[in-house]
Design a protein around this ligand. Structure first.
Ligand code: AMP
Ligand code: MG
Length: 403
């Protein structure tokens, strides 16, 4: 059995970033940037007012009250037509270009209108540079805005737009085909006969793929028959990654590995020293449209999602060229004692609270890998390395943060 570290390294080294594609800004949220965004102009392009008020020469506005002649009004989008002289001011609005001669803004709240003059009253003393955004205050022309490898957030999209890019170059989305296996499985909403259960994994995995930035192709359920499985595997041709769930162990109905091998899959590894998720399989299947990587996930719903978090998410991140791959691992304190561990690395579903000292994790008493309800309530997976000695409440541990 491989260690989690070794399995991660082997999976990651098999994936490389996919090619780029151009998308409009309104399609770019959550995509991974493949060409850095640099500013095509400075922002703001010239000095502007940050407030509604009056543009003044600060030397004129030291002793209050003072009365200044208003020589023009400048709205956002307009350009000043004259410079400010001694004891003069310009009415100015947020975002409007600063007139020559002015070096401060007095906010409207500290002024009184007086015909074609303005009186600046208490609290309005001008401080040089106050409420002025200088040219390039946000960014200069040519400045790097967003590095490649970053997954775009709403503020990144705003920044890219402000840098005058109507479209962005992002990595193509990995196409991830998903096959569920099992004679006992029926779709949600169907009548569930005795002996049957609902096929939840396909939906969880498709959602996981989507959240990770991939394009999920839900191929459906294969019965535990070689021909049924082979048919669905053929339909995955053209995908970048195939995920199967179930049929991964050593039982007579566990056909996934055998069928894939009969189709020419080169097995990289099978079985990881971890719990849940031991029977995970990884290999490469040559297809007419190129190499298809295959991750065979365990059928138990918790195992399928935990192993996806540890291996599928990073594989997708690598294909996307993301600068950060891998689950978010944090330090936490244990709320309870834990016994010594055996040779498998445990990922204990835990309730998690966060306070000013950090995360406090309480592993659930039942760690059954079929208990999706417990996984859904988990704020994290406490990591128990192989052969870890017994731990007391308060001990620091590593935890995969969920949610
Ligand atoms: P298997 O690896 O096929 O033996 O499956 C292990 C366990 O996971 C069995 O109890 C299956 O019924 C269950 N299981 C397999 N596939 C799914 C699925 N798609 N959704 C929910 N449970 C599943
Ligand atoms: Mg099965």
């Amino acid at each position: 059995m491989l260690s989690v570290k070794e399995a991660t390294d082997r999976i990651l080294s098999a994936f490389t970033p996919l090619g780029p594609e151009v998308v409009s800004l309104d399609q770019a949220l959550g995509r991974v940037l493949s060409t850095p965004v640099t500013a095509r102009l400075a922002h703001p392009p010239q000095a502007v007012s940050a407030m509604d008020g009056y543009a003044v020469r600060s030397v004129d506005v030291q002793q209050l009250p003072v009365r200044l002649k208003v020589v023009e009004a400048i709205a956002a989008g307009a350009l000043p037509v004259r410079a400010i002289g001694a004891n003069e001011a310009a009415r100015i609005f947020t975002g409007a270009a600063l007139p020559q001669g002015a070096d401060a803004i007095v906010i409207q709240e500290n002024t009184e209108k007086d015909g074609d003059h303005v009186r600046i009253v208490d609290g309005g003393a001008a401080i040089k540079g106050r409420h002025i955004r200088v040219a390039g205050n946000d960014f200069a022309e040519g400045q790097l805005g967003i590095p490649a490898g970053r997954r775009l957030t709403p503020s990144d999209i705003g920044l890219a737009a402000a840098m005058n890019w109507p479209w962005l170059t992002v990595t193509r989305k990995p196409r991830v085909a998903i096959i569920s296996t099992g004679n006992e499985l029926v779709q949600p909403g169907e009548t569930v006969a005795p002996g049957q259960i609902i096929a939840s994994n396909g939906f969880a995995l498709a959602a996981f793929v989507t959240q990770s930035g991939g394009e999920a192709i839900h191929l459906g359920i294969a019965r535990d028959e070689e021909s049924a499985l082979a048919d669905l595997i053929d339909r995955a041709a053209g995908a970048d990654l195939l995920l199967t769930s179930g049929g991964a162990s050593v039982g007579e109905h566990d056909l996934v590995q055998g069928v894939l091998k009969s189709k020419g899959m080169a097995l990289d590894f099978w079985k990881i020293a971890m719990r849940p998720g031991k029977p995970l399989m990884f290999g490469t299947l040559g297809t007419a449209k190129g190499a298809l990587k295959v991750i065979g996930l365990p059928g138990n719903p918790v195992s399928a999602i935990v192993t996806s978090t540890l291996f599928v998410g990073p594989a997708i991140a690598r294909m996307l060229g993301e600068s950060e791959v891998g689950p978010r691992i944090v330090k936490a304190r244990l709320a309870i004692d834990l016994p010594a561990n055996d040779l498998r690395q445990d990922y204990l579903r835990s309730s998690v609270v966060e306070d000013e000292t950090g995360f406090l994790a309480t592993p659930f008493g039942k760690q059954d890998s079929a208990m999706l309800s417990a996984l859904s309530r988990s704020g994290g997976l406490v990591i128990r390395p192989p052969h870890a000695p017994a731990a007391k409440a308060g001990a620091e541990v590593e935890m995969v943060r969920l949610g």
